[in-house]
Unconditional design. Structure first.
Lengths: 219, 79, 249
């Protein structure tokens, strides 16, 4: 069941690759704007890099969230899924995983390349990639709650960011903090384990409120 | 009483601007909120009464029995 | 629902709650004024000067109650939201939406008074202290809740969606607080510790408690007033609202 949902969502996503590519370029452009805004001193860039890359990752994730349930809602698929014998939370979990594969994983792959622009050391680049790998599933999971709550609501996109961005703060803190800790020589273990706990919570807890919000939207 | 003069009370040991800035803003907002609520409630009641009267007149003009009130849908968008 | 359950939730029906709330509101206003005057009199007229902070510390009598209320109200709001979601009681949802703007107001006031306190004490309007940052995020959560409810036209859906958001927020608040605190301890450079509270004179404590009580009473009175307006608006097609409007001439 889970695999069927993931497979279906991935096939649908492949049909509109332009969206995925646009989100990636958004990520690249936002990150590249910062050196232009604050100046090219390598020391300053190195200090800013974790925060900039992580904030850009949050924003890029936000871009693709409104589509998470909207298409299925429009063509009635969502109502059928809600009536299916499987718990709706499980179906949501499948969609969250598919969203991460489409929107989160590309960010993880791009991040080290962009990190080089900021003169990060090899260790820091590795930790940055790992932190994004662990953290982005949490972004997809928590974001799904916001996507379900704003489903079919007017002004949904802006509202979605208003609801979800405050909830992303812990992920941002531990994600960027892990890289920071590496740069300053403290070691990223503590941050990464807390980030992992958040990711587990985001992926396995968040689908249930999301399912409840979807049922409210479908009433 | 802690203060010797009113001027001393106002000066708050050279922190007057900060202390009174907090007090004034808090007082203004905490008075404005109930006033806005009372005002909003008055306009709402006036509007609902207008609607009610309009409906009653309409019902009288049509000489139809009034059956509007029982469990009518609560979410009909108006205005 | 059985008869007994209906009886149990008698005061949960808007029709019974509306006049009851109307009778209670003046009492809560009176109590708010009483506690407020007593608290401010103690705080601003009687309480001694703080040894470390001089007279500027008197902002504490506004700042601390506002911060407490902003947090309490979120909890109470989430409580009502949860009850409304679990038992499908209309009144609970209305209470949650009635509380949110007042909570946001107190969160804002807490930030405002905090900034005015910080300037003379630390020489800066804003520090990225764990508490101030959490308070700011709390304000964002309130604004998200209000914006979500405002964007949904169907009040039943607005109640339920808001309830889910409030509950998710309540689960998240401790996580946010601890993550901000953790972040704060790692960036010592910018932080000024608020935690080393000066040993408070009993008189100061009394003033603060009375002010906090006044804010409680104020919040209850305001919430009841707002919930009455929400009731009229939502129940405008029911018999009892029509009778009420007729009575008023």
């Amino acid at each position: 069941m889970l695999r069927a949902v993931i497979g279906r969502d991935l096939r649908l996503a492949m049909r509109r690759q332009a969206d995925i590519v646009a989100a990636m370029f958004f990520f690249i452009i936002v990150v590249s704007l910062f050196p232009l805004g604050v100046g090219p001193e390598p020391d300053q860039l190195r200090r800013m890099a974790p925060g900039v890359l992580w904030v850009a990752a949050l924003l890029a994730t936000m871009l693709s969230l409104p589509r998470l349930f909207a298409d299925d809602h429009r063509d009635g698929t969502l109502e059928q899924l809600a009536l299916a014998p499987q718990p709706l939370g499980l179906i949501v979990l499948g969609k969250v995983i598919a969203h991460w594969l489409v929107a989160g994983l590309p960010l993880v792959i791009l991040a080290p390349v962009l990190g080089i622009q900021f003169d990060l050391s090899r260790d820091a680049l590795a930790v940055l990639t790992v932190s994004l790998l662990i953290g982005t599933p949490a972004l997809s999971g928590i974001g799904a709650i916001g996507a379900a709550l704003t489903l079919g609501v007017r002004g949904g996109g802006v509202l979605l960011s208003l609801l979800v961005l405050p909830l992303y703060i812990p992920v941002l803190i531990f994600g960027a903090g892990a890289v920071d800790a590496t740069v300053s020589g403290l070691g990223p273990q503590a941050h990464l384990s807390l980030l992992g706990a958040l990711a587990l919570g985001g992926v396995f807890f968040a689908p249930w409120p999301t399912a409840a919000a979807l049922r409210v939207a479908l009433e | 009483m802690h203060w010797n003069s009113f001027g001393e009370f106002l000066a708050m040991g050279s922190h007057g601007l900060y202390v009174w800035g907090s007090v004034v803003v808090m007082a203004v907002l905490m008075l404005a909120e109930p006033m806005l609520l009372v005002h909003g409630r008055k306009t709402l009641v006036a509007r609902l009464k207008r609607q009610l009267r309009a409906e009653q007149q309409e019902a009288g003009a049509n000489r139809s029995p009034s059956h509007h009130s029982h469990n009518a849908p609560r979410n009909t968008p108006q205005e | 629902m059985t008869d007994r359950v209906i009886n149990w939730f008698k005061y949960a029906s808007p029709q019974t709650f509306y006049p009851l709330a109307g009778k209670l509101i003046p009492w809560f206003w009176a109590l708010a004024a009483l506690f407020g005057i007593a608290g401010l009199a103690i705080g601003f007229l009687i309480a001694p000067t703080d040894a470390q902070q001089g007279e500027g510390y008197r902002i504490i009598f506004l700042h601390v109650p506002a911060s407490w209320m902003s947090m309490f109200i979120y909890l109470v709001m989430a409580f009502w939201a949860g009850i409304g979601l679990a038992f499908n009681i209309r009144l609970s949802g209305m209470m949650a939406s009635a509380l949110a703007p007042t909570g946001a107001l107190f969160a804002f006031l807490s930030l405002w008074t905090g900034a005015l306190w910080g300037k003379p004490m630390w020489g800066t309007w804003w520090v990225w202290d764990a508490r101030l940052t959490s308070e700011l995020i709390l304000l964002f959560l309130y604004i998200g809740f209000i914006a979500l409810q405002a964007a949904i036209d169907d009040p039943r859906r607005a109640d339920k969606a808001g309830a889910i958001l409030a509950l998710v927020g309540v689960v998240n608040i401790p996580i946010i607080y601890f993550s901000v605190k953790w972040w704060n301890t790692l960036h010592q450079g910018a932080s000024v510790s608020l935690t080393k509270a000066p040993s408070m004179a009993a008189m100061m404590l009394w003033g603060m408690l009375l002010c906090a009580l006044a804010c409680w009473m104020y919040s209850i009175a305001i919430a009841l007033m707002r919930v009455r307006t929400i009731m009229l608006e939502r129940e405008r097609h029911t018999d009892w609202v029509r009778e009420l409007l007729d009575e008023k001439g």
